[in-house]
Design a protein around this ligand. Structure first.
Ligand SMILES: Cc1ncc(COP(=O)(O)O)c(C=O)c1O
Length: 445
């Protein structure tokens, strides 16, 4: 315990955390994790937690996979680092780019690497700006994104994420970033008819495009299922209609698959599943199952051809295509290909959704949402939804209770989100749902 206290003190003195209220954290002491195996992580005090969020929507193949660890160690021994700048690269980067082209939607055959989801989207934004200039349409600079989306935290990607928490402290959004409604029917009190609300969102998007002038809009960014926004699942056919609307106006369509990729929705990518045919696709998280940082921006043949003909493309990060990260991704993709993706689609994903629906009648639950291995519960107090205010944070409260019980979930406003590893066994699912039910009971007491 003395060791934990000493580490917490050092953390408080020297370490600034992302997305953290430091005063609150210092008051209770930082929670320090030290180990992971399968779907479980252990903290400094030796307590074990079932990780219902796969780290941060990323540890798709579970913790402690020797196949990835060995591949990374072998690569580090052979060549710890070499960049992909200035006409050089390494074999793992080449092999990974080829592998991604094989599993991505047909027109996406070229990849530029980076280190995170934010960087993948930032790279996409710069590629899009360069592309339209090269296509003699430099006026196409505006970017559309949807409300409740999350695309990252750089100045530009926070502007796309758009929520007040990402923008107000930093004097954002930057000019030219425009939000259209996303299909969060429950948030708009339209849960009795999500399809109708989805239709209204599309009509509103079309109106925004007309108002702004389609010829000034460069691209729209969408998460196929909005994860950090609260696991918002679009109505049937919604994204296909949005895709068609953008295609008709020559607006590039970018699928942010940072969370939805790599088996989480029972397919390599949601874009494949729903035939979205994106012009660009951005990846991170599940690309390496979080074992090492790696992001990727995939672009259509048409965009790649325009860029490749235009001299030096002066964009990229030192560690882009890091050989150890790419080796981790290749080993991770192999694991997913050897049965995990199929299991997520045909077995575990439907099982998880069925278990989640089993909580629909709990009095603390107002709505159950989800698809395959992403899920969320909207929570209500005893007085029902009408009693919720802008300051009620039932999600955070529930996540705290769950953690005390040994389950990690994510609190988002008045909901909790789950995204368990694709390796979770049925017995572990029993454990997860037992703790989740106890959490709801405790919240309701
Ligand atoms: C859909 C989506 N895009 C982008 C990002 C940003 O990724 P990163 O935190 O790696 O920058 C996230 C992170 O949660 C995300 O969920």
């Amino acid at each position: 315990m003395a060791r934990t206290a000493a580490l917490q003190q050092l953390d408080q003195s020297h370490h600034l955390h992302p997305f953290t209220d430091h005063t609150e954290m210092h008051a209770q002491g930082t929670h320090i994790m030290v180990g992971g195996n399968g779907v479980f992580v252990q903290d400094e005090r030796g307590r074990q937690y079932l990780d219902g969020l796969s780290g941060l929507w990323c540890v798709n193949v579970g913790y402690g996979r020797t196949e990835i660890i060995d591949a990374v160690a072998a690569q580090l021994r052979q060549l710890a680092f070499y960049p992909s700048f200035f006409q050089t690269t390494t074999e793992p980067a080449i092999r990974l780019a080829e592998r991604l082209a094989k599993i991505a939607p047909p027109r996406l055959n070229r990849t530029i690497f980076c280190n995170s989801g934010s960087e993948a989207n930032e790279s996409a934004l710069k590629i899009i700006r360069a592309y339209w200039k090269l296509r003699d349409q430099p006026q196409r600079t505006k970017i559309l994104s949807r409300m409740y989306s999350y695309h990252g935290v750089t100045l530009a990607t926070a502007s796309m994420s758009g929520g007040p928490e990402y923008c107000l402290p930093f004097d954002l959004p930057l000019p030219g970033f425009i939000q259209v409604p996303g299909p969060y029917a429950y948030g708009a009190d339209q849960e009795s008819d999500p399809a109708r609300y989805g239709k209204w969102c599309l009509e509103e998007t079309a109106r925004t495009i007309e108002r702004e002038g389609a010829e000034t809009i460069a691209a729209i960014f969408i998460e196929p299922v909005q994860g950090p926004g609260g696991v918002i699942v679009p109505p049937e056919g919604h994204l296909a209609e949005l895709r068609a609307l953008c295609r008709a106006r020559e607006i590039l369509f970018v699928a942010d698959e940072v969370v939805t990729g790599f088996g989480r929705l029972g397919a390599w990518f949601a874009s494949n599943r729903w035939s979205l045919d994106p012009d660009l696709m951005t990846l991170a998280k599940g690309l390496t199952s979080g074992y090492l940082p790696l992001g990727a921006t995939m672009v259509s043949d048409e965009i790649a051809d325009v860029l490749c003909r235009s001299g030096i493309f002066a964009h990229g990060f030192t560690a882009a295509g890091h050989p150890a990260s790419c080796a981790a991704a290749l080993a991770n993709i192999e694991l997913l290909d050897n049965g995990l993706n199929v299991r997520a689609r045909a077995d575990l994903g439907p099982h998880f959704q069925q278990r989640l629906q089993g909580l629909a009648q709990h009095p603390a639950v107002a709505e159950v949402r989800g698809l395959y291995l992403m899920g969320a519960l909207e929570l209500v107090p005893r007085g029902g939804k009408a009693e919720l205010s802008s300051t009620s944070q039932l999600g955070t409260r529930a996540a705290t209770i769950a953690r005390e019980k040994g389950l990690i979930v994510r609190g988002i406003r008045n909901s909790i989100a789950l995204a368990p590893p694709l390796t979770t066994t049925y017995a572990e699912m029993d454990e997860l749902f037992a703790m989740l039910r106890q959490t709801l009971d405790a919240l309701w007491e």
